[in-house]
Design a protein around this ligand. Structure first.
Ligand code: NI
Length: 156
């Protein structure tokens, strides 16, 4: 169990960098993934990309309440539909904004041992997948934000 410091948007330019493809599925990667999950859970987030803890590797962890998903080198291979929802980011604390995302996506990735996996998302999971994969190319949700909803009460 170890948590890492989450980089903050506006304070750290690393969040704008492109992460590199992972080609070594070793202990170092597994420690990173474990620390990312610990960090995400401690911060009460639904997803975290490695760049957010200062590591430029194409790795994300997601848990939208259905268990932990680890994705290495994820790519969206198909998407369908459209939805607009409010999202937030652990690197943009205290703020939320609406973003247009697909309704459904299929993502191909590798697991922590390098084996190919496929994840299909709907609704909140789709939002998390798109949001985290964006991080790997230096994109933050505020770049795509339609409207800031930070101070508005939302019905959940
Ligand atoms: Ni984020």
């Amino acid at each position: 169990m170890a948590t890492r410091k989450i980089l903050e948007f506006g304070r750290d330019d690393m969040l704008r960098k492109h992460s590199r493809v992972v080609d070594k599925f070793d202990k170092r990667l597994w420690t990173l993934l474990d620390d990312m999950a610990d960090t995400m859970y401690e911060a009460d987030g639904a997803g975290l990309a490695a760049v957010q803890v200062g590591v430029l590797k194409r790795c994300v962890v997601i848990d939208v309440g259905e268990g932990l998903i680890e994705l290495i080198n994820p790519e969206i291979v198909s998407s369908e539909g459209e939805m607009i929802n409010a999202e937030g980011c652990l690197s943009v604390p205290g703020r939320r904004g609406t973003v247009k995302r697909p309704e459904r996506v299929t993502v191909r990735a590798q697991d922590r041992k390098g084996r190919p996996i496929e994840v299909r998302g709907e609704g909140f999971l789709t939002m998390a997948l798109c949001h985290e994969i964006d991080h790997l190319d230096g994109v933050i949700y505020v770049d795509k934000m339609i409207e800031d909803v930070t101070d508005r009460e939302e019905d959940e």
